[in-house]
Write a protein that binds this ligand. Structure first.
Ligand SMILES: *Cc1c(COP(=O)(O)O)cnc(C)c1O
Length: 432
């Protein structure tokens, strides 16, 4: 498997380099040269495959022979021991991607990546430092995905007072190789600190830095698995297939593009965002204009400069009209999001998180403009209890907390408070 940088300046790399480095030196994003179509036999056998059998075939199709079948199967087996069921609410299917240990879809990417990196570093003497900026869910998924993986230290930067209590507990209480830093700033500030660190020559000479944000290709590959898994669960597979993806950094949507390239018959990918509507505006105007993020109740999508935008653009070879034919986008404010959480609960007795509500709205908006029968799947990216403080006043009760979350809630927060200042962060990294 060969990868190039979307900026086409840095040299091509193999999967190991792309995964361990995260970002190419030219500050582009790594993309695979080839994403082949899966053979017809894959789709014929799909109805009888387990998640892990399917994941192996999809991963192998992208990765090729770079990792032995045995090792790849092991990485997958260790990553996935939870399901992703499709729940049908009339014309909309809800793919529950929150049944992993941290109750969000990011478990799919982070767990695979943690094990893949662990595999690449086997027998290494030097340590890799993973820097992650999080608006909530990435932090917990990465912390759990890498927890106690040998040769890896994880440093998580998150914006003070801007993540939910449960999210914060999930990545600040683990200890061991996981350190959380509470930045006095926004998510974009955290992301900027991480990006600056990757470009800082002195730091990179002193230590091996890597990323685990959705810019790392190791997270995107496994996120394509569940698109196939959703398809497998459909009763009538011959109808046009639409996915609506609640989007922030657009990693999830990029993984959907990978699935499409591999032959999954996706008709439309619909990006749904909150008031951080940079992508929606882009589709309307052709002008990509990042701006500072604003806080919303779907805070894992509060992103003002979506980091995978250039992958999406690259996927369509910068052809705006082709991109627009294949991807639709809608944005919604907090009021509409809250109304939808309430509506879905009252109509179906089904609890959804604010991000999933944005996706529900996106799918509804699309269906209003596009009549005719179709399969319509929205990605439910987090369990409603992760956003219990938001959901509770809307539906009148707290969603039930799954067992696996209860232990984190009782543990002590161990994070380090820090100013939004790169020199402070850099000194801390060097001296830790
Ligand atoms: C991260 C996240 C998103 C956004 O996913 P991207 O891949 O960044 O677009 C949506 N919902 C939840 C719950 C998330 O944690």
């Amino acid at each position: 498997m060969k990868l190039y940088s979307t900026k086409h300046i840095s040299p091509d790399v193999d999967l190991k380099t792309a995964v361990l480095k995260g970002l190419p030196p030219d500050n582009g994003l790594y993309m695979p040269y080839e994403i082949n179509e899966l053979p017809p036999s894959f789709f014929e056998q799909l109805p009888n495959m387990s998640f892990n059998e399917m994941a192996f075939k999809v991963a192998k199709n992208i990765i090729g022979n770079f990792i032995s079948d045995e090792n790849l199967k092991e990485i997958i087996a260790e990553s996935y021991d939870f399901d992703a069921p499709l729940v049908i609410l009339d014309e909309i299917g809800v793919l529950e991607l929150f049944q992993g240990p941290t109750l969000a879809f990011k478990d799919f990417g982070a767990r695979f990546m943690g094990r893949l990196m662990g595999y690449f570093l086997k027998g290494n003497t030097d340590e890799v430092n993973i820097l992650v900026a999080t608006s909530g869910d990435t932090g917990s998924a990465v912390a759990h995905g890498f927890y106690k993986v040998p040769n890896i230290k994880v440093c998580i930067l998150y914006p003070k007072d801007k993540v939910s209590d449960i999210q914060e507990k999930q990545f600040t209480t683990l200890g061991h190789n996981i350190t959380a830093i509470e930045i006095d700033g926004t998510f974009d500030d955290c992301q900027a600190l991480v990006k600056t660190a990757f470009l800082d020559e002195e730091l990179n000479n002193k230590m091996t830095l890597s990323s685990a944000n959705s810019i790392n290709i190791a997270r995107l590959i496994p996120q394509s698995f569940y698109y196939f898994w959703a398809y497998k669960q459909l009763e009538n597979k011959s109808l046009p297939l639409n996915f609506c993806i609640p989007s922030g950094n657009f990693g999830n949507l990029t993984a959907g593009l990978f699935a499409k390239k591999m032959g999954l018959p996706i008709h439309k990918l619909i990006a749904a965002t909150n008031s951080n509507d940079i992508f929606t505006k882009y589709l309307q105007t052709g002008n990509f204009a990042p701006r500072p993020s604003v806080s919303t109740i779907s805070n894992a999508m509060d992103v003002g400069n979506p980091s995978n935008f250039y992958r999406v653009l690259d996927f369509y070879k910068n052809d705006f009209s082709l991109l627009k034919e294949n991807i639709a986008a809608y944005s919604f404010d907090d009021e509409a999001t809250a109304e939808t959480i309430k509506f879905v609960f009252q109509k179906y007795n089904y609890e959804i998180c604010p991000h999933t509500a944005v996706a529900y709205l996106g799918m509804k908006a699309y269906l209003k403009e596009n009549l005719g029968e179709s399969n319509n799947i929205i990605l439910a990216t987090a369990h409603p209890i992760k956003f219990g403080e938001i959901v509770e006043p809307i539906i009148g009760h707290t969603p039930e907390m799954p067992e696996r979350l209860k232990s984190a809630i009782g543990s002590t927060k161990l994070s380090i408070p820090m100013k939004n200042d790169f020199s402070v962060f850099k000194n801390w990294l060097i001296n830790k």
